[in-house]
Write a new protein. Structure first.
Length: 191
């Protein structure tokens, strides 16, 4: 649960989805499936970089903050992709929903799992966007694949948040972003 202010508390991913919608309003020309896939590649790469830098443990507050920001960014892109296909109602509202079984045991496993999951999500988006080769290869049902692949990326990030013990800090980061965009007028009616 993210505390926005004394009167408003939202589930983690609900609050982050508010930030996603605010960014889409702020930058309306960059919200298509291929723009989101480009962002997914960028944010996944940045998160992989900070995971690798933290493989022997977080050594500074700056490194910890960078990790949290990149985790938020990957989740934000995932939520943006889910929104394109109007699957928000079927996507979890909080990271606590994701299981803690089969957590990777070290940073290198996180890097591999995140890279694979993000690549599979990008492939599902390409299929859903109607890329001919993907449609011929995989057939119909693309939206379901987008949803499942998006959940897989979020699962890896949820594991990672627990692994690095940054649940509270991630919630605070999301709350700050929400307050910022609400203050700028991009979030109305507290959602």
């Amino acid at each position: 649960m993210v505390t926005i202010d004394d009167k408003l508390k939202l589930d983690t991913l609900v609050a982050l989805n508010g930030v996603v919608k605010a960014l889409e309003l702020r930058f309306p020309d960059h919200n298509g499936p291929f723009e989101y896939c480009t962002r997914l590649a960028e944010e996944t790469g940045e998160l992989i970089e900070v995971i690798y830098e933290s493989k022997d443990g977080i050594t500074s507050e700056e490194q910890k903050n960078h990790l949290i920001k990149e985790q938020q960014d990957v989740l934000r892109v995932v939520l943006g992709i889910v929104g394109i296909y109007q699957l928000e109602e079927e996507f979890p509202n909080t990271l606590e929903v994701f299981d803690s079984a089969n957590d990777p045991e070290n940073a290198i496993e996180y890097i591999v799992r995140l890279g694979v999951a993000s690549g599979e999500l990008a492939s599902a988006v390409n299929h859903a966007a109607g890329m001919g080769v993907k449609k011929e290869k995989h057939g119909e049902g693309a939206d379901r694949q987008v949803l499942e692949r998006a959940k897989e990326v979020a699962q890896v990030v949820a594991w990672m948040v627990r692994y690095f013990n940054v649940e509270t800090e991630l919630e605070e980061q999301i709350a700050g972003a929400y307050r910022d965009y609400r203050g700028k007028g991009f979030i109305q009616n507290n959602i």
